[in-house]
Design a protein around this ligand. Structure first.
Ligand SMILES: O=C(CO)[C@@H](O)[C@H](O)COP(=O)(O)O
Ligand SMILES: [Co+2]
Length: 218
């Protein structure tokens, strides 16, 4: 079953709780929270404070995507704020294995994220430590960008790598996901879809979630 994780990056921040409740009513699986530090990526979003306030307004599992350098400095704060799943970028971690172990020790589910240009060989030796691999299908930093088709081959290769090792790990795709690209990504092997602008940029949020779900159930 394919999971849907709306990214609040494209939500109306003046009505955040209301918009989160709309995706929750639409039956999504996760809430995707993009944390950016203006250093690892050229944009700044929000930190544990906003996540903590949203935690009081939603029952959804929180899928926290950390686009920050040296994320190990903030893991405790994000878990305390209510993160259920934490993705750290391989490009941002000096001691990736230790960082993933720390996430687990803190009681959250660890995931590793890769930029489009980063090869799968960079995570080969930590696959046993993660619940999910996040493959960026745009360069991180902004919502509303165009899906990079070259990542399709990478999804296929990752799926094969996991199947060969008998590993039951989710493959999340993030960036430029809409009804059309979602189907390509799912056919390639992805089973968690992050969508920001395709959901929060739509006039009818609940209809946008239904459309995305139907697009991969054909
Ligand atoms: O992590 C990121 C961007 O860096 C994403 O989660 C985006 O927020 C997805 O937005 P869309 O491409 O779906 O508009
Ligand atoms: Co993201």
């Amino acid at each position: 079953m394919v999971k849907i994780a709306p990214s609040i990056l494209s939500a109306d921040f003046s009505r955040l709780a209301e918009q989160v409740q709309a995706v929750e009513r639409a039956g999504v699986d996760y809430l995707h929270l993009d944390v950016m530090d203006g250093h690892f990526v050229p944009n700044i979003t929000f930190g544990p404070g906003i996540i903590k306030s949203l935690r009081q307004n939603s029952q959804l599992p929180f899928d926290v995507h950390l686009m920050i350098d040296e994320p190990e400095r903030y893991l405790e704060s994000f878990v305390a704020a209510g993160a259920d799943l934490i993705s750290v970028h391989v490009e941002a971690c000096r001691h990736l294995h230790r960082t993933l172990e720390t996430i687990k020790e803190l009681g959250a589910r660890p995931a590793v994220a890769l930029n489009p240009a980063t090869p799968l060989s960079s995570i080969e030796h930590v696959l046993a430590e993660v619940d999910m691999v996040l493959l960026m299908t745009v360069n991180p930093g902004f919502g509303g960008q165009k899906f990079i088709p070259a990542v399709i081959r990478k999804i296929v290769q990752l799926k094969k790598m996991l199947d060969d090792e008998n590993l039951n790990i989710d493959i999340e795709v993030d960036g430029g996901i809409n009804a059309e690209t979602a189907l390509q990504a799912v056919r390639a092997g992805a089973n968690v879809l992050v969508a920001g602008s395709a959901i929060f940029g739509a006039n009818d949020i609940e209809k946008a979630v239904r459309t995305l779900r139907m697009s991969v159930n054909t």
